[in-house]
Ligand binder design. Structure first.
Ligand SMILES: [Zn+2]
Ligand SMILES: [Zn+2]
Length: 153
């Protein structure tokens, strides 16, 4: 089976950025790749600690900071919640469900600049976009709770 080229391996991603491959960084990165639910630093720490009991929260913060600085990991800011982290290196935005708090990755279409009325000459080089709304499940619940009145036929 061909591996998806959209997910760079830790080694290639790290190598590209010239980052030293410490076991801690590998662990933190693996946690982010493992379950892409945009965990907070504390959640990353808890997961990393299961496989590497010696890792400290400060180290996890350091690793995340370094990887965000190098563009290996995206920091996702949602309202006033703690920063969440994402190892999806594809250009993507985030959809924040205000019902359950889940954050999903949303792919950009190839035609990035369409839909935005950019002043002429402006060039988009990076996206940092968070959409808010309701996921399928929460949307259904929302609809049901608003349909309490009998519908007239
Ligand atoms: Zn939801
Ligand atoms: Zn993401």
């Amino acid at each position: 089976m061909k591996k998806s080229p959209s997910i760079p391996s830790y080694e290639s991603a790290m190598g590209r950025e010239g980052l030293r491959l410490t076991p801690q960084r590998r662990q933190v990165y693996e946690v982010l790749m493992d379950k892409r639910d945009h965990p907070t630093a504390t959640e990353v720490f808890i997961r990393a600690q299961k496989k590497m009991p010696s890792i400290s929260l400060a180290t996890v913060y350091n690793c995340l900071e370094t990887m965000v600085g190098n563009g290996l990991v995206k920091a996702v800011h949602v309202d006033r919640e703690p920063t969440r982290f994402c190892a999806n290196l594809m250009e993507h935005g985030h959809f924040h469900c205000t019902g359950c708090g889940h954050i999903s990755d949303i792919e950009f279409s190839q035609t990035h600049d369409k839909g935005w009325k950019l002043p002429s000459g402006f060039l988009v080089t990076q996206h940092d976009l968070t959409l808010r709304g309701l996921c399928t499940d929460c949307g259904a619940t929302f609809k049901n709770s608003n349909n309490s009145q009998p519908t007239t036929k």
